[in-house]
Design a protein around this ligand. Structure first.
Ligand code: 475
Length: 874
């Protein structure tokens, strides 16, 4: 049906076109409109929450106008589009970010004041809204605080996707994100008696101003059922290669929810489309007629559970059927949407890869490869090989981890039950692939079983999703140089042998400076703007410009300003910690500038080694106590162990026993240390509950030192390391992930590296297995102290943490890195407390040389080397 408006009516439409607000008054009028009509409230009944909602809807109105224009422009110009498929988008809050990115200067003839400098207005939209709200009786800070985080992700992988959509919009890349609209995001973490307790995060409680429900976009999705084979094939050889028909069992509907993603200093607004499951409106009449009405309704409601909940695991795959269902639901809906859009262009199928690039964020969307092949062969009746050429030219795959327990594998039985036709297609993909391998390496029988997409050596056969993703893609990338080299040498070694090295590439991760500098650290971004003489914050689009800060490296007044910003941010964090601690101050504000804030915030995982950090704290505490017991004064102790606050934050997967125990250990150590009057305020240990994006925005700018201390070779990249450095925090870290490139960029004098190298890890582990090691003396003391049970009422409680090092092979090499860690921490103390100028210089140099890690650079690399897309000029 044609839904366009007839020509004769269009002038009327055009005359009444909606206009963006571009000044405070227009915003206020829009705001009051929303308060009085959309919210049905009044000036007698408008609290901060209502103000947040009205402000969001007003700002959203502006975004939608640009968003509609952007999408119309894409439709007319029909450029190649990028689709970023990610099961997680860890977006955090939207309003503040929209205020920073929003372009209030459009080309709206009606609303632009021709005399003023448009860029001036653009950069000040946040201030404009702030003062507009002030006049209406609200404080922007309080209004912003009302917004719940969109916590639709676990950690690094999900936050990376959020930074990427920001940069793709900013870089004017015609790109869409596709994901799931979970009703429950990552759980909220409470700490009760030192233990993590999970509570559901129903983030949609008060509705969500940032999404548009697209009831008109409904896509039916099928599960289960059976395959009807079409045996009339001409060549008659392999019947599954001819179009087969999948007769589905369960059917649900995917409904689209669209989130506008504004770019910075551009009117480009991209789309993030999240799918939600709904029951079909069809009713099971058989059940209904047999009187089983209740059951029939219940069956229908089962549909909604598909998108109810985010799986709360980081770097771990559980292999649950519902997870596979989520994956197929999302891949199928997204692919049908993409194909439908392509078909509108009326181009031949061979041009599909010229119009569409699909990036797979880890293996979670690998089914999209199979689904496209199914659409082309079964539904569009293309020849298998012709279809496969299109598929492999379309997809590219990003690997985020080498950890065995995170690599996705699906048992054949479970998979074939849910997706019978897809299993056949995977067998066929594998069949042709193995034939090619055998042709190239005819004598290597072992290779075939090693490289096969189907793993046969287990009791049950499994599909190796990473292998399927490699075979179905034209490019595979790792996320930092070390990691990209490592995957070629280890988990994907055989594929390099078969395809050659050129299929494998590196794109080092990045972060968006709009959120992680401008939004998280207004004071520092303002100081930079003044120092670079860049009043419009253009540097946020061109981060390598920050090298201009190098000129001020010895400027004492600049040092003072720099340090004042840090103190301001540390006080801001002290306020947050006080608030979370029921109003009791833990941090000594008077000495805040001489207290080193040592931060480790990230998911709790043995490979990330929060336990190494705690052992270091216990070592420090015991050494302080020994000094005191030997008669040293507190001043003498302070000379050796100056003031420090160790701050932790992070969630553990609900089923990860060791990680939960590590949280408990941190809290137990905190209880003892924080209440020990002998050591006074020299050492404090704080665990900040419910670490999330909005807390990160307060915590990161306040850090003097942050810990990125994973066992070498285990952290693919890390991205918070970049965030800390961008905010002038120094890093203590291992030679792992992006730490390596950060060191190269900012200089090795400006980072505290320690520990064994990735190349030695295998040998060290082997040694532990066969020569039970002597522990370093200091570590021995720490472990013995934990075992004595002084930290807890139950002395055996932390035994598993001790035993992991002493009895079970110390897989994460705590004993090998402990002494080097302690020595490096001593160096940190030395520089922070005795060479403060040096410290500040290192801090400035970190920021000045961090430009490479803007996600804008990262997206440009993807665009040029993987997607082959260009920005669409405004
Ligand atoms: C890496 N998540 C970081 C970051 O590239 C890296 C895996 C399976 C199931 C559920 N979640 C996952 C990850 O693998 C993950 O978050 N990986 C992280 O990706 C972005 O910076 O080093 O650990």
């Amino acid at each position: 049906i044609d839904s366009t408006i007839p020509l004769k009516s269009r002038s009327l439409w055009n005359k009444n076109q909606v206009k963006k607000f571009n000044n405070a008054e227009a915003f206020q009028s829009r705001f009051i409109d929303h308060v009085e009509t959309t919210l049905a409230r009044s000036l007698y009944n408008c609290d901060n929450l209502a103000a947040y909602e009205a402000a969001s809807m007003s700002v959203r109105d502006n975004l939608i106008i640009d968003w509609n224009r952007t999408q119309q422009k894409f439709t007319t110009r029909d450029p190649k589009r990028v689709y970023y498929l990610s099961l997680e988008f860890l977006m955090g809050r939207a309003l503040d970010n929209a205020l920073i990115n929003m372009n209030v200067d459009d080309n709206d003839e009606v609303s632009v004041n021709k005399d003023s400098d448009p860029r001036e207005k653009t950069t000040n939209s946040r201030e404009m809204i702030s003062s507009a709200l002030d006049e209406l009786g609200f404080k922007l800070e309080d209004v912003l605080e009302q917004e719940p985080d969109a916590g639709l992700g676990n950690g690094g992988l999900g936050r990376l996707a959020a930074c990427f959509v920001d940069s793709m919009a900013t870089e004017n890349i015609p790109a869409w994100g596709y994901g799931l609209r979970y009703q429950y995001g990552i759980f909220a973490q409470k700490i009760i008696d030192g233990y993590q307790v999970e509570t559901p995060d129903y983030w949609l409680n008060f509705g969500n101003a940032w999404e548009i429900e697209r009831n008109e976009v409904q896509i039916p999705i099928t599960f289960y059922g059976y395959v009807e084979r079409n045996n009339t094939s001409k060549d008659g050889e392999k019947s599954t290669l001819t179009p087969s028909q999948w007769i589905g069992g369960e059917r649900v509907i995917a409904v689209a929810y669209d989130f506008p993603v504004p770019g910075y200093k551009t009117t480009n607004v991209n789309n993030l489309r999240l799918w939600q499951a709904r029951p079909t409106t069809e009713f099971d009449f058989a059940k209904f007629n047999s009187g089983d009405y209740q059951n029939s309704v219940q069956q229908q409601q089962r549909a909604e559970s598909i998108t109810a909940c985010l799986y709360p695991n980081d770097n771990f795959e559980q292999g649950k059927e519902l997870r596979l269902k989520q994956q197929y639901f999302w891949c199928s809906a997204s692919l049908h949407d993409i194909v439908r859009r392509f078909k509108k262009s009326k181009r031949p199928w061979t041009e599909f890869p010229d119009e569409v690039a699909i990036q797979l964020n880890d293996t979670h969307p690998t089914l999209a490869i199979v689904e496209l092949q199914r659409i082309l062969v079964d539904l569009e009746k293309l020849d298998w090989h012709e279809a496969w050429k299109i598929v492999t030219a379309t997809f590219a795959y990003t690997n985020h981890t080498v950890m065995q327990e995170a690599l996705e594998k699906w048992p054949i039985g479970l998979f074939g039950h849910l997706l019978p036709r897809h299993l056949e297609i995977i067998y066929d993909i594998n069949w042709f692939f193995l034939q090619d391998v055998a042709k190239k390496f005819p004598k290597d029988v072992d290779l075939l079983s090693r490289i096969s997409i189907i793993e046969e050596n287990d009791s049950e056969r499994q599909i190796r999703m990473a292998y399927l993703a490699i075979v179905g893609s034209h490019k595979v990338n790792g996320v930092a140089e070390l990691h990209s080299e490592l995957i070629k040498k280890t988990i994907f070694h055989d594929f390099v042998k078969f395809y050659g090295a050129s299929k494998f590439t590196n794109v080092t991760n990045g972060i968006t400076p709009r959120r992680w500098l401008r939004q998280a650290n207004p004071k520092l971004s303002e100081l930079i703007s003044q120092t670079l003489n860049d009043p419009n914050y253009d540097y946020l689009l061109d981060m390598p410009k920050l090298t201009m800060l190098n000129k001020f490296i010895d400027d004492k007044t600049f040092h003072t300003k720099w340090n004042d910003v840090k103190i301001h941010n540390k006080l801001r964090l002290a306020d947050l910690i006080k608030k979370l601690n029921d109003g009791v101050d833990i941090i000594d504000r008077e000495h805040i500038s001489t207290t080193l804030f040592d931060v480790q915030v990230k998911r709790i995982h043995e490979y990330k080694r929060q336990q190494l950090n705690v052992f270091g704290i216990i070592y420090r505490y015991l050494a302080m106590k020994t000094m005191i017991h030997n008669g040293a004064s507190i001043e003498e102790v302070a000379k050796v162990f100056p003031r420090r606050v160790s701050i932790f934050g992070g969630k553990s997967a609900p089923g990860y026993y060791m990680a939960k125990l590590i949280i408990k250990l941190i809290n137990s150590v905190g209880d003892v240390v924080n209440n020990d009057v002998e050591i006074g305020d020299l050492l404090k240990v704080v665990f900040i509950p419910d670490y999330n994006v909005s807390k990160a925005e307060i915590i990161i700018p306040a850090s003097d030192l942050s810990e990125h201390i994973s066992t070498a070779g285990t952290e693919a990249s890390g991205t918070s390391n970049m965030k800390f450095a961008m905010n002038g925090g120094l890093i203590i870290g291992t030679v792992d992930g992006a730490n390596v490139e950060i060191t190269r960029e900012i200089g090795e004098d400006n980072i505290f590296l320690f520990g064994n190298l990735a190349e030695n890890v295998e040998d060290l582990r082997y040694n532990h297995q066969y020569n039970p090691q002597e522990l370093p003396e200091n570590l021995e003391k720490v472990l013995a102290y934990i075992e004595r049970g002084d930290f807890t009422e139950n002395p055996a409680e932390f035994k598993p943490i001790v035993d992991a090092v002493k009895q079970h092979g110390d897989y994460y090499l705590i004993s090998d890195d402990f002494d080097s860690y302690i020595a490096t921490q001593e160096l940190v103390d030395q520089v922070f407390h005795n060479e403060k100028d040096e410290w500040i210089k290192k801090s400035i140099l970190s920021v000045a040389n961090i430009g490479f890690f803007s996600s804008d650079r990262c997206i440009q690399e993807y665009a040029e080397t993987i997607w082959n897309v260009e920005p669409v000029e405004q």
